[in-house]
Design a protein around this ligand. Structure first.
Ligand code: ATP
Length: 252
């Protein structure tokens, strides 16, 4: 019998007017699992992640983090969450260091100076730690969001295209840090268009298409395809707006 999932999503649905952005999404991520969320532009990835992180209220369904509903027990649920949003949700009038401090305070965890220094070094933000977030470049702001998310010791890390706009060295460093933390039991839900840096440790890929769960593929299958040089082709099929892939493997 495996441990209960860190993230449990049941029947999530969200519409904007008559347009259904998300329908009946079921999803679980257990401790130590890395689950990628993929799909074409508009497939519903950001909608899903915004609900899971408590930024967007669903029309139906629920999301629990560590057993706590993200809206009904928001404080408890979100204290376990690290979230790097697609858009920037950072206060521009705080410095990178202040933002990390505030994030930890809001979540009720102590900020360890060594951990902050390590994350600043990992993201090459060491010299910018006392600059205002609003003065940083887009990529640097994204790194600041990573720093705040990682230093707050999350049980669940939710990343909405977390590597978008980052340089290659930073992308590799941050992906490497996430993969390392899987061994400590971190649960990760990661929406990304390129799985190259993640495939080594992927548990499974959840494919959304037109707001619905279209397919779930195991990490082992993906690794076989990557070894055969077919990962890019697979990603192209998944993100094609006309259809989802027809081959399906084990579900979550
Ligand atoms: P991308 O890869 O481009 O980030 P996505 O998979 O994250 O796409 P979502 O942002 O979740 O897609 O959008 C899902 C659907 O919901 C789309 O049809 C989008 O137009 C619609 N949508 C999202 N936000 C809003 C909004 N605020 N108002 C109206 N429709 C919205």
């Amino acid at each position: 019998m495996s441990a209960p999932p860190v993230l449990e999503v049941r029947g999530l649905g969200k519409s904007y007017g008559k347009r259904a952005a998300l329908r009946a999404l079921e999803l679980e991520v257990a401790a130590g699992e890395l689950v990628a969320l993929v799909g074409e532009n508009g497939a519903g990835k950001t909608t899903s992640l915004a609900i899971i992180s408590g930024q967007l209220v669903p029309d139906e369904g629920s999301a629990h983090i560590g057993g706590d509903d993200v809206f009904e027990r928001a404080r408890a649920a979100r204290s376990r969450l690290g979230y790097v949003a697609q858009g920037l949700l950072l206060p521009p009038y705080l410095t990178v260091r202040e933002m990390a401090q505030l994030t930890c305070r809001l979540k009720g965890v102590s900020l360890e100076p060594d951990a902050l220094d390590a994350m600043l070094a990992l993201t090459s933000l060491g010299e910018d730690a006392d600059r205002l977030v609003g003065e940083l470049s887009h990529g640097m702001q994204r790194k600041a969001a990573w720093v705040a998310a990682l230093v707050s010791k999350p049980a669940l890390l939710v990343l909405d295209e977390g590597l978008a706009g980052l340089d290659a060295a930073s992308s590799a460093a941050l992906a490497g840090e996430v993969l390392r933390r899987l061994d400590d039991g971190l649960a990760v839900l990661w929406a990304e268009h390129d799985l190259e840096l993640l495939v080594e440790r992927l548990t499974r890929v959840v494919v959304l298409h037109g707001g619905e769960l279209a397919e779930v593929v195991t990490g082992d299958v993906l690794r076989e395809e990557a070894a055969a040089g077919k990962l890019a082709e697979r990603m192209r099929r998944w993100t094609s707006t006309s259809s989802s892939s027809s081959s399906s493997e084990s579900s979550s």
